[in-house]
Ligand binder design. Structure first.
Ligand code: GLU
Length: 387
C-alpha cells in the first residue's frame, strides 16, 4: 500500500498513545498512576450535562450550521468581550470539534508550502505536526528554563523571515505551565504589529492560573494587534469537557469563512446537543471553574513538594495549566527511556519531554486525584533512587 507522503512526515500523538496505554492497563486491573494526558479527573458539572440532555429531549439531534449554533457563537463572542476585552461578533467565531480541531482547520486555512510557522519550544506536541500536515515548515525556537520557558522579543525577531506566516503563542503553556506577564505579551504584540505578523494565541488554559499570574490576550493589547490575532480555545480544560469535543476559533471574518468552508467538507457541525452543553457552560455559574482551579492549585503544591524532595529531579513552579515540566538531566536518561521504564517498573505514566521538543524533561499532569498523586510520587522516588 502506498500511503500519502504527508503521513510519513508526522508522528502519532504520544500524549494520546500513552494515556490510552495507561487506561488499558487500568482496565486490565493493573494499579497504574497516570500523569499522562491533560484531562481533568472531574466529571463535567451537572448543569452542563443537564443542558445537553434537555437539548437531546428537545430534538437538537439534527445537522446545524457548519460554523456552529448561532446561540453558541453569540455566547462565545460575549465571553471574549467580557472576559478578555476582545471585540468579536458572532461572525468572528467558528465552533470546532475541540481545540485541536480548531488549530488543525486554522493551519489548513492559512498555511501552504513555503510558509514558516514560528513555534517556541517546549511546545504542545501537535503544533508542528499540524503545520507539516498543512504543507508548511515549523520553525522551532528553543526557550530557556531561566527565562521561564518563554520566547523573548529578541528570539521572536530573530526567527522572522520573509516566509514567516504565523507565530504560535500558548499561554498558559502546555507543557511547561508558564504564563506570559501582561508586559511580556505587550512586547510580543509590538513585534507582531511592526512585522505585520499573524499570531494564533492558544488560550485554552486561561482560567487555570496560580498565585498572582494574570492572563492577557495578545489580541487585547490594541487595535493593531487585534487585527493580527487569532484566538483558539475550547471547553475541555476549564469545564472538564474533554470528551465532548467542543472548541472554537475567534478571528477576522475572512479566516472564519475559510475555516467554515473546510469544515463544511470535513466534519460539518460539531455534535448539536453538545453545543447546548457549551452554551450552559458559558452562561451558567462559573463557580465550578474556580472549584476545579483550587483543587489543581492544591495538587500542584503537593506534586512540587514531592519533586523537590527527589534530588535528581527539579521543576520550575508553573503559573498556569496543570502540568509540571520536570528536568531529568541529572539521571542521565533520555526522556523516552525514562518514561518507558517508569511505566514498566513502577506503573507510573508520564509523557517524555522529547514529544514537546525537550528531551531532558518529562511532563506530569496533576489533573488527577490526590491519592494517585501521593502514590505516584512515592513510586517515582523509588524509581529514581533505583537507577
Ligand atoms: N492536550 C492534552 C494533552 O496535552 C490532551 C491530549 C492531546 O490532545 O494531545 O495532554
Amino acid at each position: 500500500m502506498k500511503l500519502a507522503t504527508r503521513v510519513s512526515q508526522v508522528t502519532p500523538s504520544i500524549t494520546l498513545a500513552i494515556s490510552a496505554k495507561a487506561k488499558a492497563m487500568k482496565a486490565e486491573g493493573i494499579d497504574v498512576c497516570s500523569f499522562s494526558a491533560g484531562e481533568p479527573d472531574f466529571d463535567t458539572p451537572a448543569h452542563i450535562k443537564e443542558a445537553a440532555k434537555s437539548a437531546l429531549d428537545k430534538g437538537k439531534t439534527k445537522y446545524g450550521p457548519a460554523a456552529g449554533e448561532p446561540k453558541l457563537r453569540e455566547a462565545i463572542a460575549n465571553k471574549l468581550q467580557n472576559d478578555n476585552a476582545l471585540n468579536y461578533r458572532p461572525e468572528n467565531i467558528i465552533v470546532t470539534n475541540g481545540g485541536k480541531h480548531s488549530l488543525f482547520n486554522l493551519m489548513l486555512a492559512l498555511i501552504e508550502p513555503g510558509d514558516e510557522v514560528i513555534i517556541p519550544a517546549p511546545y504542545w506536541l501537535s503544533y508542528p505536526e499540524m503545520v507539516k500536515l498543512a504543507g508548511g515548515s515549523p520553525v522551532i525556537v528553543s526557550t530557556q528554563q531561566e527565562h521561564g520557558y518563554k520566547i523573548t522579543p529578541q528570539q521572536l525577531l530573530g526567527a522572522i523571515t520573509s516566509n514567516t506566516k504565523l507565530f504560535v503563542l500558548n499561554s498558559p503553556s502546555n507543557p511547561t505551565g508558564s504564563v506570559y506577564t501582561p508586559d511580556e505579551i505587550r512586547s510580543l504584540a509590538e513585534i507582531i504589529v511592526e512585522k505585520n505578523l499573524l499570531v494564533v494565541s492558544d488560550e485554552i488554559y486561561e482560567k487555570i492560573l496560580y498565585d498572582d499570574a494574570r492572563h492577557l490576550s495578545i489580541g487585547a493589547v490594541g487595535a493593531e494587534s487585534f487585527d493580527r490575532t487569532v484566538v483558539s480555545s475550547g471547553f475541555a480544560k476549564s469545564y472538564a469537557m474533554t470528551g465532548w469535543r467542543v472548541g472554537y476559533i475567534a478571528a477576522p471574518v475572512e479566516v472564519i469563512k475559510a475555516m467554515t468552508t473546510i469544515q463544511s467538507h470535513s466534519t460539518s457541525n460539531v455534535c448539536t446537543f453538545a453545543q447546548y452543553g457549551a452554551i450552559a457552560a458559558l452562561e451558567g455559574s462559573q463557580d465550578c471553574v474556580e472549584q476545579m482551579r483550587q483543587a489543581f492549585a492544591r495538587r500542584r503544591q503537593i506534586m512540587l513538594q514531592a519533586i523537590a524532595s527527589i534530588s535528581q529531579l527539579s521543576s520550575s513552579k508553573p503559573q498556569g495549566a496543570f502540568y509540571l515540566f520536570v528536568d531529568i538531566s541529572k539521571t542521565g536518561m533520555k526522556s523516552l527511556d525514562f518514561c518507558n521504564n517508569l511505566l514498566l517498573n513502577q506503573k507510573v505514566a508520564a509523557i517524555p519531554g522529547v514529544a514537546f521538543g525537550a528531551d531532558n524533561c518529562i511532563r506530569l499532569s496533576y489533573a488527577t486525584d490526590l491519592t494517585s498523586i501521593n502514590k505516584g510520587m512515592e513510586r517515582l522516588d523509588k524509581f529514581v533512587n533505583n537507577l
